[in-house]
Design a protein around this ligand. Structure first.
Ligand SMILES: NC(=O)c1ccc[n+]([C@@H]2O[C@H](COP(=O)([O-])OP(=O)(O)OC[C@H]3O[C@@H](n4cnc5c(N)ncnc54)[C@H](O)[C@@H]3O)[C@@H](O)[C@H]2O)c1
Length: 366
């Protein structure tokens, strides 16, 4: 039996969704595409039909109508971030499971509502943190799961990218408090998710400092934070969209009592350092690990959408949770909102927080 999927939001990232449907076409078929701009939906339909010419697709500009008519088993949502909560809830309430792009929401209350609605309806909700599926990230996670680090002392995520003015002009929602947030919420949310996934425990408190240095946007183009976990470990976050003259790297470093790992490359797609007290016993060398992990994706989006969608299909078939549940997606959203709140109030904030990007409106004066 194949699951029927529909796509809501056919902009820039949606090509990765089409790619993931096609790669998982033994298990799913695309039933409908929806975008407010019909040409965008048509363009993505053509992309799909290049490989499946006889696909029975329907195109829509109203997602509620599409949900009503097609009743898809699941939808994947790639609209502007600020619309994720309402479209997710509409989809779940009409009977579909949901994969929603990252970040899932721009307020803690919206994210919690999405989780509550999906759990109550018995519908699955997954968030597109596809970098968890990179070979390098999976190897790191397995080492943590096997307790090879001993006690984890500190970890650091550094997202050193560049987004030029053209990028923000292409879509006016980018960098707004209403629909996007700044570089922490958009570009860095993958890395902040990986930090939570690999450090273990829960965040207890956050001290943040963000800036809007160069970009013509409302929100920050640089963000930093000290994040204290309830395990006693400390996380350090550094993210920027201002690196001269282009993207430099995204690094995740985990330092434990008995292990040190640094992932790097353009988007945490390579192992750069791999040192463990038990490496010799396991017959594992750093050079081999570096070689095994090399992935060179053409863009920072990487190759992760396909395995993330495959995991979601597995979750449907086996009636289990997907790897990145709504609860998992919530963790990084809450931390980023805590960084915003901490910056606004000039103090360390304790979790849980109840915050919304819209409360930052007007914070950076021009
Ligand atoms: N996972 C990743 O690596 C990754 C990468 C880029 C973007 N994203 C996320 O994907 C989302 C979309 O980003 P983008 O760059 O593709 O944006 P985009 O502006 O290129 O596309 C968004 C599209 O959604 C459409 N849309 C809005 N409301 C709609 C509705 N109710 N029904 C149907 N269509 C609707 C818009 O018309 C637009 O075409 C954002 O949340 C972003 O953070 C994720």
């Amino acid at each position: 039996m194949k699951y029927r999927v529909a796509l809501i939001g056919c902009g820039r990232i949606s090509a990765k969704h089409i790619e993931a449907y096609l790669a998982n076409s033994n298990d799913i078929e695309l039933a409908g595409l929806c975008d407010l701009i019909i040409e965008r939906a048509e363009e993505k339909a053509s992309l799909y039909r290049k490989q499946i010419p006889d696909a029975k697709l329907k195109i829509y500009t109203d997602h509620r109508l599409m949900l009503d008519e097609l009743k898809p088993d699941f939808v994947t949502i790639a609209s502007e971030t600020g619309y994720h909560p309402q479209i997710s809830i509409d989809s779940i309430e009409s009977g579909s499971h949901v994969i929603v792009e990252k970040p899932m929401a721009l307020s803690t209350s919206d994210a919690l509502r999405m989780i509550e609605v999906s759990r109550k309806a018995g519908k699955k909700l997954a968030v597109c943190y596809q970098n968890r599926f990179n070979t390098a990230s999976r190897k790191l996670y397995n080492a943590i799961y096997a307790n090879r680090f001993g006690r984890i002392l500190h970890g650091m995520i550094q997202v050193r990218w560049n987004r030029n003015t053209e990028y923000y002009k292409q879509a006016p929602w980018r960098g707004t408090w209403e629909l996007d947030g700044g570089t922490l919420m958009n570009q860095c949310s993958h890395g902040i998710d990986l930090l939570h996934w690999t450090m273990g425990g829960n965040v207890r408190s956050v001290y943040g400092a963000t800036r809007r240095y160069l970009k013509p946007i409302e929100a920050e183009d640089f963000g930093s934070a000290i994040v204290e976990f309830d395990t006693g470990a400390v996380g350090i976050i550094e993210g920027t969209a201002d690196v001269f003259p282009k993207n430099l790297s995204e690094n995740l470093s985990i330092f434990g009592e008995k292990g040190t790992v640094v992932l790097g490359g353009l988007a945490v797609n390579k192992i750069e350092t791999w040192r463990f007290a038990d490496s010799e016993t396991l017959g594992e060398t750093e050079a081999e690990m570096i070689k095994q992990s090399e992935e060179d994706p053409p863009t920072v989006y990487g190759f992760g959408h396909t395995p993330l969608f495959a995991d979601f299909i597995g979750a449907l078939r086996e009636n289990r949770d997907p790897l990145v549940t709504g609860e998992e997606g919530y963790r990084s959203v809450q931390t980023i909102l805590a960084i915003y709140q901490s910056t606004k109030e000039g103090r360390r904030v304790e979790m849980p927080v109840d915050f919304d990007t819209r409360r930052m409106s007007g914070f950076f004066k021009s």
